[in-house]
Write a protein that binds this ligand. Structure first.
Ligand SMILES: *Cc1c(COP(=O)(O)O)cnc(C)c1O
Length: 345
């Protein structure tokens, strides 16, 4: 049976070109700084991000955790968008690894309320923790791949700078944000002190993310990566695929966005389902089950029987993520399958 796997863009497999590059990659011990392919990926990442230095990390989670650790001291307070990955999906790591407390900031589609950020910055008072970091997420995963525009990023970054606070950008899907806004990824990444972006999601590399920032930040980040067990040896095998991800896989993301809109419109027309169309900006579709006698677990199970795989977000919400292995005609077929499944339930 044919399958349509919308669970995440992380399920994408390396392209043939990536596999060939991996096979042929020049490698060395990267903990000794001797892997030429990792170096090439890190130099390319500097160019793309406009940052002084960059470091290859095994996962986006590790990149974020290292950033929080390097930017803060134990008992600091950091400001996080209320739906962000660092808070929801990283195992509470910032508590264990960095020993910081967090304050969640309300947002609309991932864009934090700037007044609340301003009010949340702690005064210099003996009772208070020190506010040292603000984290932004663009695109915002839990909000459905929604985008923060360049001006809003600028506003937050300048407020932070004015108060001597660092900004980390969780840019797991920053290339999707750039494609949506029609700006260069660099313009978005310049509005932060550090940025993490994923190679292993929509860009199809098998493993890895990049953490970028200034020279001093990355120097300290390398030590923290080693401490966490993220120093990898002949990592050029993986970096080779990452280079192709950055050079050849970013331009096609707009296709995923088109397919997402098409899927969203199709799902929204089905009785008992609803999609907030204004949140469908990039490659993620959040689909709400509005029928009283149906929940998302049951719908997911029924769709699974026909080879359509999705993720439960709440008991009334399913998530569909578009990516390289889902074509326009797959989307048409999917809409038909969902129609039939909901009719039969
Ligand atoms: C996927 C993701 C991460 C973490 O990446 P992993 O490589 O899965 O650890 C971080 N932030 C956001 C917004 C993500 O979507």
């Amino acid at each position: 049976m044919k399958s349509y796997d919308y669970r995440s863009d992380t399920i994408t497999k390396p392209t043939d070109k990536m596999r060939k590059a991996m096979y042929e990659a020049q490698v060395g011990d990267d903990v000794y700084g001797e892997d030429p392919t990792v170096k090439e990926l890190e130099e390319l990442s500097c160019k793309i991000s406009g940052k002084e230095a960059a470091m290859f990390v095994p996962s986006g989670t590790m990149g974020n955790q290292i950033a929080v650790k390097v930017h803060t001291s134990p008992a600091d307070e950091i400001l996080l968008e209320e739906n962000c990955h660092i808070h929801w999906y990283e195992g509470g790591g910032i508590g264990a690894i960095s020993g910081v407390v967090s304050k969640l900031i309300k947002s609309k589609n991932g864009l934090m309320d700037i007044d609340q950020i301003e009010r949340s910055i702690r005064a210099d008072d003996i009772h208070f923790p020190h506010t040292s970091l603000i984290c932004m997420e663009n695109t915002n995963n839990k909000c459905g791949g929604t985008v923060i525009d360049l001006n809003s990023m600028k506003e937050i970054y300048s407020l932070a700078k004015k108060n001597g606070i660092k900004v980390h950008l969780d840019g797991a899907r920053i290339f999707n944000a750039a494609a949506y806004l029609g700006v260069s990824p660099k313009m978005l990444m310049m509005e932060s002190d550090s940025v993490m972006f994923c190679l292993s999601k929509g860009l199809c590399a098998p493993v890895g993310s990049i953490l970028a920032g200034d020279e001093d930040f990355i120097k300290r980040a390398r030590k923290t990566r080693k401490m966490l067990g993220g120093g990898m040896r002949q990592a050029g095998i993986l970096a080779a695929a990452g280079i192709i991800a950055l050079e050849e896989m970013t331009d096609r993301l707009a296709e995923d966005h088109e397919n997402a809109r098409m899927l969203a419109q199709g799902l929204d027309r089905i009785n008992g389902l609803k999609v907030e169309m204004d949140t469908v900006q990039t490659n993620i579709v959040m689909c709400d089950v509005t029928r009283d006698d149906l929940d998302s677990y049951r719908l997911r199970e029924e769709l699974g029987k026909s080879g359509v795989y999705s993720t439960v977000i709440t008991d009334k919400r399913l998530r569909f993520v578009l990516h390289y292995h889902i074509s326009k005609s797959d989307v048409t077929e999917t809409i038909d399958i969902v129609k039939k499944a909901t009719f039969n339930l």
